[in-house]
Design a protein around this ligand. Structure first.
Ligand SMILES: [Zn+2]
Ligand SMILES: [Zn+2]
Ligand SMILES: [Zn+2]
Ligand SMILES: [Zn+2]
Length: 1044
């Protein structure tokens, strides 16, 4: 009563007609609203008064129960990480939550995946302790928790009612509080509210009011049940709520009993949400009644409980059906709405992405409809190459959605691509391009110190659609910069843009092409093809002829008469027509794109101003193709994946277009320039008089050499009408380079493991390799150490050459479009034989030397008599040995504290002994740097940069991966303007990172996460990762990364 008047509600509940009255007097809406709120508040207070017993002294609980309850309710909202949970719990005076001691009892710990955090999930058996009116819940939390709990119950196919939990009994002092629930006043309130709900007139009641009343009824029932359960014989249960609610109201208004009203309400269509709860109440009521009957302490008013329940069940069924129908209609309506919204959205954003709905499906679905090649041995190259029926390839532009066939004479289709310099495969980080203007990239050193990597998200556009898109991005960017002076995650001036579909950072496009060899090779194949020796002779002659011609052209006073005289003097090899210039088979738009991508590769790879005329452009294209294939081969091998296993679409598309592009690029370059490159590359293996200062075979990466030779060869072959086919050339080039590589391996493989020789009668390969090694010894004099066993040598050759064979298989596969043999598509054995077959090599590789012994002696001699080789054999210099091992990020200690110790002992290298403020560890090479500090700023290209940025230029050619030790934060840097923070590979016992080291739990290395970072690095995805992070979080764009 006091409470009623405190809430100024007495009036309302003492006037039975209140509800009716107000429904007719619409004018008093505000008053009603206010009253409703007051009633709700009052009911809430009662729930609190009676229900909150979880403080020691109030209820029969201890502190542990209290904290348990807190945790249960926090986890009822959603699973939480340790740190979140700690934050949401009340702290005691010692800033302790006491959570550790009880968490195990109420929650499961779910281990973190690669990105997430460890999560605590509520144990299902604790769900019944959930109280919707938990007093630490805010409104929002309450509704979130309610939703979550209902969803959970639905998933478990349980009743979705959220009844009040069974509460611990009060301490004696407060025990009588429960009687509030069965007081006449309370019952009257309940009755009244229910009455309003039954009458269902607009304003007088609210859903949450009803929900609270139901909750209170539920509490009362729980209470009574508990009393009954604990009753002892002599005690009379004084809590008789059930009896009271079964009684009809008193005389004047003859209202039905609370129970009856509940039954009415159960079938009320407008109370769907509360139906579960009402059903639960009725059920509990019946249960209590049964208990009472069996103990027969007091008679309970007869109610037709069971019958009622049954009838209600029938109703329920119909109800459910109706509900399903409603749900279906609603779903349909929502779908319609959504597609409508989508249409609007697209209309509004037409400029940028028209109908971006179609996803990757467009990219490569058409490509691999594998041609019906008979499943006999497949051969990727050479005159015996498996002939693949011409496949038509259709692709869809992501910008205009038009489909188009990829053909040499049609409009160009392009793939968004990102070209970057890379040191991921580098075996010598101290080496970098000193003077890009003078740097000659023709020969790649086997240390692979600086390569050019091309990646792609695999999204295809028309060249002209891309052009238009790029122009609009550019224009928009200019406007924006004038207005806001903001940075973006991409640098438009450097040609960067985001893929219009997936927002992947890109800086150029690759044209899509069919296997280019089919176009150049249309001339008839004459069956009688030269052997390697003869072929080398022919090519040498052709080269010589070209060189004479070139010399004449460059001599200033070339009287035409004299010229022709010389021509006569020079015996042109048969069928060789150096005056012939082939017609470019490609459409203007494809040619333009060939130039575009070539120039971009050159510009990025060498970091120079674009110049499409530069003779190094084609070299850079071939180099990028070779380097990208090598890096992918490394990733596959490191992960033990099969070479031709299911490659992600984007990689597959990227490699294919990149290889074919590189093979077609010569058609837009100057013929004589490409011929010049070929001659020089060729001379590195077959020496001639004109090229003196070429690197020795120890200093050439053979795969780069192979790609360069094969892709430059058509420029020479196109003038050759003697009938030597392109395929023959490819095969001989490949065999020649393979032989050089074998010698390279034999020269550099360490021969110390003599102890484990197998002296069994050696196999064919072993004898052969031993013989070859003896030849080598002859040519190198005594310099080569004593003879190891044939078994040992053969093993070295096999292991050393594998990466080269794998790269070559990828290369020729994409170049010629011959499907890969099914054996290599699965992992397992090393596939050495399968690779040899596919590549048209004898399984005993040494046969290459034996078959061509006329020329091999000469070649080996010329290779070995090089000064550098001698110096190496005499131990005066180093050389790379094979197989090259994959680069890894540095080893990190398992315990983070040892890193902290290491860093705290680290002092700034420049300011004599001062402690560094932000010690930062390069994860690529392990150098500790003094970051984010003026003392260690240096000048780079005319700008002040911090130690990290400066370091990336030498260590990672612009890309860096660091660990900021004091912050326990991984830092990615790319160029001067790009950077982001990444989650560190250190986790605490709860599976969470601690960026900023604020929580201070012991941290341990998470190997999986560290591997993931390493994988990003191997895949050349650091820059892309930064791009995505910056797009997602614009504040990252504003940071001055270069000062770190
Ligand atoms: Zn288009
Ligand atoms: Zn994309
Ligand atoms: Zn480094
Ligand atoms: Zn410093």
């Amino acid at each position: 009563m006091i409470m009623l008047s405190r809430f100024e509600l007495y009036q309302i509940f003492s006037t039975p007609d209140y509800g009716k009255r107000f429904s007719s007097e619409i004018t008093h809406k505000d008053v009603v609203q206010q009253n409703n709120t007051l009633i709700e508040e009052m009911l809430y207070l009662i729930i609190m008064l009676v229900g909150e017993r979880f403080s020691p002294g109030v209820g029969q609980v201890n502190a542990t129960d209290e904290i348990k309850r807190e945790i249960i309710h926090q986890l009822s909202i959603k699973p939480m990480a340790h740190s979140e949970l700690v934050k949401s719990l009340p702290e005691d005076e010692n800033k302790e939550t006491g959570m550790e001691s009880v968490i195990e009892a109420v929650a499961h710990f779910k281990k973190p995946g690669l990105t997430g955090r460890g999560m605590y999930e509520l144990k299902p058996e604790c769900a019944k302790e959930f109280n919707l009116y938990f007093y630490h819940f805010s409104r929002a939390e309450q509704s979130k928790a309610e939703e979550a709990q209902r969803k959970l119950k639905r998933q478990n196919r349980e009743d979705t009612a959220l009844p009040p939990p069974v509460l611990p009994p009060f301490c004696p002092l407060f025990a009588s509080l429960v009687n509030i629930l069965q007081s006449d006043v309370m019952l009257c309130i309940m009755r009244t509210v229910l009455q309003w709900a039954v009458e269902h007139n607009g304003y007088a009641w609210s859903e949450s009011m009803l929900q609270r009343v139901l909750h209170l009824i539920g509490m009362a029932l729980q209470e009574e049940k508990q009393h009954l359960d604990n009753v002892t014989e002599e005690h009379v249960v004084t809590f008789t709520f059930t009896q009271k609610i079964s009684k009809p109201g008193e005389a004047p208004n003859n209202s039905p009993s609370i129970l009856a009203m509940l039954e009415t309400l159960q079938s009320a269509p407008y109370l769907d949400v509360h139906k579960d709860m009402i059903r639960w109440i009725l059920k509990t009521f019946n249960a209590i009644k049964k208990i009472r009957e069996s103990s027969s302490t007091s008679p309970v008013a007869e109610t037709e409980g069971t019958i009622m329940e049954e009838s209600s069940r029938d109703k329920d069924k119909a109800e459910r059906k109706r509900k399903a129908e409603i749900a279906r209609l609603r779903r349909e309506k929502i779908m319609a709405q959504m597609s409508e919204m989508q249409r609007h959205f697209i209309d509004e954003n037409k400029e940028l992405f028209q109908q971006t709905l179609e996803l990757d499906a467009s990219t490569s679905a058409v490509l691999e409809n594998s041609p019906m090649v008979s499943d006999t041995a497949l051969t990727a190259l050479g005159p015996a190459q498996t002939q693949v029926p011409e496949q038509r390839q259709f692709v869809t532009c992501i910008l205009c959605q038009e489909e188009q066939e990829v053909k040499a004479e049609s409009k160009a289709m392009v793939l968004a691509a990102f070209v970057q310099r890379s040191t991921v495969l580098s075996k010598n980080r101290s080496k970098f391009i000193q003077d890009p203007e003078k740097y000659d990239p023709l020969f790649m050193h086997p240390d692979l110190s600086c390569g050019t990597h091309t990646g792609s998200c695999g999204h295809i556009m028309h060249a002209h659609c891309w052009q238009r898109y790029f122009d609009s991005v550019q224009a928009k960017e200019q406007r924006r910069q004038q207005r806001l002076r903001l940075h973006t995650s991409y640098d438009v001036e450097n040609g960067e843009f985001l893929c219009p579909l997936c927002e992947c950072l890109s800086n150029t496009v690759i044209p899509l092409l069919l296997p280019p060899r089919n176009i150049f090779n249309s001339r008839l194949n004459i069956s009688d093809q030269p052997k390697l020796t003869q072929w080398i002779r022919t090519i040498s002659q052709q080269i010589k002829a070209l060189q004479v011609l070139r010399k004449e052209e460059s001599t200033p006073n070339t009287a035409s008469s004299k010229n022709s005289e010389n021509m006569d003097e020079l015996q042109l090899p048969e069928g060789f027509r150096p005056d012939f210039h082939p017609k470019n088979p490609y459409s203007e738009s494809i040619k333009e794109m060939l130039t575009t991508f070539g120039t971009a590769t050159y510009k990025v790879g060498l970091k120079v101003h674009p110049n499409e005329e530069d003779p190094r452009v084609p070299i850079m294209c071939w180099g990028s193709c070779a380097y990208t294939i090598q890096s992918i081969e490394r990733i596959l091998s490191d992960e033990d994946k099969p070479l031709f296993g299911p490659l992600p679409c984007r990689l597959d598309d990227c490699l294919r277009s990149l290889t074919r592009f590189a093979a077609a690029h010569w058609t837009v370059a100057s013929l004589s320039v490409v011929q010049g490159h070929f001659c020089k590359l060729f001379a590195s293996l077959v020496p001639d008089d004109n090229h003196g200062d070429l690197p020795c075979i120890l200093d050439i990466d053979m795969f780069h050499l192979l790609v360069g030779l094969v892709l430059a060869f058509p420029a020479l072959q196109c003038q050759d009408f003697s009938g030597i086919s392109l395929g023959t050339g490819d095969l001989h080039i490949f065999h020649l380079v393979t032989m050089a590589h074998i010698i390279q391996i034999l020269l550099t493989s360490c021969t110390e493991e003599n102890g484990m020789d197998q002296e069994n009668p050696a196999g064919e390969e072993e004898l052969a390799v031993l013989a070859l090694f003896k030849t080598l010894q002859q040519h190198t004099g005594s310099a080569l150490k004593e003879t190891p066993s044939g078994w040992h040598l053969w093993r070295n050759v096999r292991n050393g050459i594998m990466p080269f064979l794998k790269c070559s298989a990828l290369f020729f596969h994409y170049l010629n479009g011959v499907p890969s043999p099914p054996e290599i598509q699965v992992s397992g054995t090393s596939h050495f034989e399968h690779l040899c077959n596919y590549l048209s090599l004898p399984n005993n590789l040494i046969c290459l030397f034996q078959e061509n012994n006329e020329i091999t002696e000469l070649l080996i001699e010329s290779w070995c008599h090089n000064i550098e080789v001698k110096r190496y054999l005499e131990g005066e210099r180093d050389a790379i040995s094979y197989p090259r091992e994959s680069n890894k990020l540095i080893d990190l200690p398992e315990d983070y504290s040892s890193l902290i110790n290491q860093a705290s002992n680290f002092s700034c290298p420049k300011s004599g002994g001062d402690k560094s403020r932000a010690p930062t560890l390069c994860l690529v090479c392990g150098t500790l740097l003094c970051s984010q500090s003026y003392c260690c700023q240096t000048e780079l290209e005319g700008e002040d940069v911090g130690a990290c940025t400066a370091h990336t230029y030498s260590c990672g050619s612009g890309v860096g991966i660091f660990l900021r030790v004091r912050e326990c934060q991984v830092l990615f840097l790319a160029g001067k303007t790009k950077g982001c923070f990444y989650s560190p590979p250190y986790l605490d016992d709860y599976g969470e990172t601690d960026q900023g080291l604020r929580r201070g739990n012991p941290l341990h290395l998470c190997k999986e996460r560290f591997k993931k970072i390493q994988k990003l690095w191997h895949q050349h995805s650091i820059t892309e990762e930064i791009g995505h992070a910056q797009e997602a979080n614009q504040t990252l764009v504003g940071i001055d990364w270069q000062h770190l």
